[in-house]
Write a protein that binds this ligand. Sequence first.
Ligand SMILES: Nc1nc2c(ncn2[C@@H]2O[C@H](COP(=O)(O)OP(=O)(O)OP(=O)(O)O)[C@@H](O)[C@H]2O)c(=O)[nH]1
Ligand SMILES: [Mg+2]
Length: 455
Amino acid sequence: MSGDTLWQRLRGWLVKPDAQDAATAPAAAPVAERAQARMADSLRRLLDDPGIPPAIRAELASDFGRIENMLERLQRGELHVAVFGRVSAGKSALGNALLGREAFAVGVLHGTTTQAEQAALDEAREAGLVLIDTPGINELDGEARERLAFEVAEVSDLVIFVADGDLTRDELDALKTLAATQRPLLLALNKADRYAPAERDALLAQLRERAHGLVRDDDVVSAAARPTPQRRMETDEHGREHLRELPAPPDVAALRERLLAIARREGKTLSALNAGLYASRLTDQVSERIAESRRRLADKLIRNYCLAKGVAVALNPIPVADLLAAAGMDAAMVLQLSRVYGLPLTRAESGKLVAVISAQLAALMGAVWGMQLVASALKGVSAGLSVLVTAAAQGALAWYATVLIGRAAERYLVAGKSWGELGAKRAVADIVAGLDRDSILREAREEILRRLKSR
Ligand SMILES: Nc1nc2c(ncn2[C@@H]2O[C@H](COP(=O)(O)OP(=O)(O)OP(=O)(O)O)[C@@H](O)[C@H]2O)c(=O)[nH]1
Ligand SMILES: [Mg+2]
């Protein structure tokens, strides 16, 4: 799927919102459209950024795919409901009971459901309910449980937390994590057939108390997804007694009612808001990924220029004082850096930027830039300096100067072509202080020597 397709769609939806949806959900539509518009907006800004290299666009294709799915879902007005809880609480059975068919595997074994499965909720097709089954949480450590909760929350609009008795500490923790994702929660006390009515009511009251502040009282309901068949002694016409099993139908009426009420009333809004939440999180991730990949590209670029300049200077040594003046190559590097950061500079501008940085460096280093640096560059080199080694040391200085100029230019670009409040002097001083000069010189010298020897 290409970014273009996504954008054509997004723009299409923004310009003419689905008339049918607006008619069926009049109250929710404006909220949904606003959320859609917000999401589309922030994503468009990201995607339309001419500074995003094609490689990053390709890397993000799957994220955009997810958003596309989410928007499609939003358009259809589907409500995604996840079933969450402890192993064997009856999550899959509950999903099946809500669906009215055996969509999910139910088992006496612990851990029957090991991967999130998905099936459409046939009976509520008009309301567009989609059910998501999940693996049990108690085999997981706290961190993995949290991850699963967030994963589930990400793909669902509403979560049914299934318990089959009072909540354990882990269950309560998981419930809190889910509540923090801002998904509406229903708490279902499953296997209600195992309790006498009074016992069941006492348990429900207890659950309401425990979940206070996380789940609304109305949204704590009992259910019997797969009641144990009733056994009854029957006598046949010959007077013989038989034990007969009477299958008991599932009872998820209260749960279904809450679910459908929420779906009807808020389905569209919930989906839109959740998509909006997801999109803003994704936008952050995407920005971070872009920043990271720009950093990577910039690192490579600066290094290539350092090497080229270092080798050039080593082959054709120039006085140390002239290093900063030999700025043509540095200007070319800054020009490329500005493209990496999506803020292209003209040739003249990048030349000027290099001049500004060099002036700061010269002022900052003064005398240091002379002898002391040469001493540093030669540090550790044994006596009897060969011409090659001296050349490499000079090249290393050129390398170091280019690193400083590259990093300073990078900082200026990342801040949106600005030196910030404290100005160029302070920014360049920070860069110089933040880099380990001796190890850069050592690495440069070794690298340049290697190149010189292999010529
Ligand atoms: N008595 C009774 N048993 C139930 C009920 N619902 C489910 N069970 C039983 O509980 C066991 C576990 O049911 P599942 O639906 O597989 O539970 P799960 O939560 O999906 O379990 P995992 O996928 O293993 O995490 C099965 O033996 C079901 O028959 C119920 O309402 N009443
Ligand atoms: Mg299961």
